[in-house]
Every structure is written in structure tokens, then in C-alpha cells.
Design a protein around this ligand. Sequence first.
Ligand SMILES: Nc1ncnc2c1ncn2[C@@H]1O[C@@H](CSCCNC[C@@H]2Cc3ccc([N+](=O)[O-])cc3CN2)[C@@H](O)[C@H]1O
Length: 281
Amino acid sequence: VGLHRLHPFPRPAPQAAPPHVPGCWGYARFDPHAYLQNNYVPPRADFSSEECVVPWKLRCLAETFASGEICGRTLIDVGSGPTIYQLLSACEHFEEIVATDFLEVNREELRRWVRGEPGAFDWSPFIQHVCKIEGRGEPWQEKEQRLRGRLRRILPIDVHRADPLGAPLHPPADALLSTFCLEAVSPDRAAFGRALVNVGSMLRPGGHALLLGALGESFYLAGAARLPVVPLDEDDVRGALSDAGFTLRDFRSYAMPPALRTGVDDVDGVFFVHAQKPLEG
Ligand SMILES: Nc1ncnc2c1ncn2[C@@H]1O[C@@H](CSCCNC[C@@H]2Cc3ccc([N+](=O)[O-])cc3CN2)[C@@H](O)[C@H]1O
């Protein structure tokens, strides 16, 4: 019962990517700090306008969790990267948050934040914004501590495996969250669809899946790494969810304004999905 202790997946040698994961070698050069600077500081993380992309993402999550319908014991975050912003509304509704990523450098970045170590990325502007839009007048330091207390496991994951965590998750997660991961690690739409099936296997029947991802993106930069992304449109996402057996509850999209097209990627827009795994089957 409970999460299995896993050996980290062997990191591919830069010169030899596992054949089943084209482009995986690029992740050996992924620089978490550069990635954070590219996406999670202004202009993309500008909290002065609700029209900016990060406030839009946080609002999608806050509004979806505000109903209270999505709750339970465990939420698993797939491909967390070095970020925790995506967990700020979720952490109110789950006893345990399980973060996951393929790279140890990202898992260590997350541990550094959980431990409150100097040099960890400063998420306080994000925490303050989420407290403001959730409207409970909660001191942001309390939310920060609550997330730190509930973020108890930071595990290796590979969404290209039938068992992404290396073994089935017992008990299955009550909810699944994944932001900007599946399309960024899939060489084509079929692989994206298979990854969605794989991660869906960790979710209990009736469980909720929340996805944020890139539309029309073909690459992104993270320091020396230039990573390929499968360009998706709205129908690709809807079709993959349907093929994976999910029932769509909400679909929203955001068009990236010219001011936020900074060259760190070629993303056209962002999608937000709330889907549910049927109770039967
Ligand atoms: N096989 C694997 N299984 C699971 N995770 C894996 C695997 N391989 C790599 N990973 C893991 O997945 C990765 C997740 S970060 C993926 C970045 N996605 C693209 C980037 C993100 C972004 C963010 C924000 C905004 N915006 O407008 O606000 C736009 C964009 C568009 N560009 C990375 O953590 C890696 O370590």
C-alpha cells in the first residue's frame, strides 16, 4: 500500500537517448534556473494584469478548485518541473501532494523550495496572487507553509512508461494535475495520446484530471537545451482526452499576446482542461 520506493530512472547519457523517447537527450541539458527565468518572472509572470498568462493560469486552477468538487487524499502532479505555482490552489483540497519529474535537477529544485533553503526560487508573488484571487484573506505565509507540509513526496516519473512511477500507484490518486509536460516530452500526437493513457492509469475511477499545456508550440529553451514539442491544437487535445477515456468537464484557451512571445519558445497559446475519469471501467 502506498507509493513504492523507486530507484530514479537512469538518466540517459547525453550522446545516447533511449530510442523510445526521441529528444530525451536534450533533457540532460535542461537548466531549471534558465527555465524559471524564461517563464516565471516578468513579462510572463506579471501580476498587474489579469490578461497576462500566469494570472490566467492561476485563475483557471483557483476557479476550478473553488467549487470544492475536486478533493480527496492524494493529488499527483505529473512532470512538475522546478515549479510549485500549479499546486497553490490544489493544496487546500488534498492531504498529500505528490510532485514528480524525470530529472533529478528539477526534483532537487523542488526539495530546495520545500526546505526553504536560500537560493530556492521565490514563489511568493505567485502565493500572494493566489491568496488574493481565492479571496479568503489568508496570509500568504500560511499557504506557503501548508503547501510545504503537504508536498511530502517528490518522485521520479517517465510518462512514456505504462507505469510512469515504475510501479502501480496504490491507492490510485484522487486527482491528477499536469502542466506543460506531456506535449513537451512527446515526439508526435500519438505519443502524446499514449502518455495521457499512461498517466491516466494513476488516477482512480471518477478522479479528476487538470491539465495546462501549450498550443502550437514546436520548441522551447531551457538554458543550453532546446527541446522539441509536438504542436497541438484544441482538437488534438480534445481527441486525445476522448481516446484516453476521459469525460471533458471544461476547456479554456488563452492566446499568447505579442508582448509575451519572447523567443524562449514559439507557443501560440495555452489550454486548460478539466476532465474526469469515468467511474466504471
Ligand atoms: N519522459 C518524461 N516523463 C515525465 N516528465 C518528463 C519526461 N521527460 C522530461 N520530463 C520533464 O518534463 C518537463 C516539464 S517542463 C516542460 C516545458 N514545456 C514548454 C514550456 C513551458 C511553458 C510554461 C509557461 C508558459 N507560459 O506561457 O506561461 C509557456 C510555456 C511553453 N514552454 C521537464 O520538467 C522535464 O524534466
